[in-house]
Design a protein around this ligand. Structure first.
Ligand code: SAM
Length: 251
């Protein structure tokens, strides 16, 4: 049985099976940079946190890169596995569970970690715990790739003035206590609370956890539904690294 449903109004976006939003079938620029970096690092070990159906994990496994695919929902991991030819499956370790609460990895373990379209669904304390843990799990010089939804989506149009008032004053200006106030027609596919980020907030967030920012960007997505499209800033992304020089992050 095909458990994946396309929704007509949502173009190619696929709803998650656990009310954790939607997934695009194509890589955005930040995810593409993650995949490119991993392909260029053949001996590396990689982690895809909240991998969903595996838009980033699948091309890496097909190239023979070793990756741990972690997701809250084991049905997502099953979908991911079924996309891989049998001979490529051994490159992926499938890890169901909540990151950072239920899965543990050693210090200095990964060469790069992908955290794509996940943190806008997490409570603040969980985001902070996740970033601390990722910093611990990355090797020095290891890279973190993050993408999130931004406030600049058409459905959030009436939220933007509130957000812009709070920006620069509050720690989490993109906090939305009840997403159904903005997207009542899709609220059943999203967690009630969301926190959207502009690229500057993402940069600030990672620097709070001692990462060194390498790139921050706003972007749109291929096939974005018309009710989300605003002006090309619908999503935000950051690439950062754990500095090699320990003195940089001792405090
Ligand atoms: C919108 S999807 C994004 C999937 C994929 N990263 C992508 O970009 O297509 C969010 C995914 O994160 C997973 N997720 C959410 N919170 C998580 C957590 N705390 N630990 C692990 N996975 C999580 C969800 O189950 C879902 O598959």
């Amino acid at each position: 049985m095909n458990i994946l449903k396309k929704t007509e109004d949502f173009c190619d976006y696929m709803p998650t099976l656990n009310r954790m939003g939607y997934m695009s079938p194509s890589l955005d620029n930040i995810q593409a940079s993650f995949v490119k970096y991993c392909k260029q690092t053949p001996e590396g070990l990689f982690l895809d946190v909240g991998c969903g159906f595996g838009v980033a994990t699948v091309p890496m496994a097909k190239e023979g890169r070793r990756i741990i695919a972690c997701d809250l929902d084991s049905r997502h991991l099953e979908v991911l596995k079924n996309q891989l030819p049998l001979e490529k499956r051994s490159f992926v370790t499938f890890m169901p569970g909540h990151f950072p609460n239920e899965v543990e990895f050693p210090e200095n373990y990964f060469d790069a970690i992908n955290l794509s379209m996940v943190i806008h669904f997490l409570p603040f304390q969980t985001i902070e715990k996740a970033l601390k843990k990722i910093f611990y799990n990355l090797k020095e010089g290891g890279k973190l790739f993050i993408t999130t939804s931004s406030p600049y989506q058409r459905t959030l149009f009436s939220f933007i003035p509130d957000y812009e008032k709070k920006r620069g004053i509050e720690e989490w200006p993109g906090f939305i206590p009840d997403i159904s106030a903005y997207v009542p027609h899709r609220a059943h596919l999203l967690p009630k609370e969301n926190t959207v980020f502009c690229m500057h907030e993402l940069s600030r967030l990672v620097s709070r956890f001692n990462f060194r920012g390498l790139e921050a960007t706003s972007f749109s997505r291929e096939g974005i539904p018309s009710d989300l499209y605003l002006d090309g800033r619908e999503y935000s992304g950051v690439i950062c690294e754990k500095p090699r020089n320990k003195a940089f992050f001792s405090h």
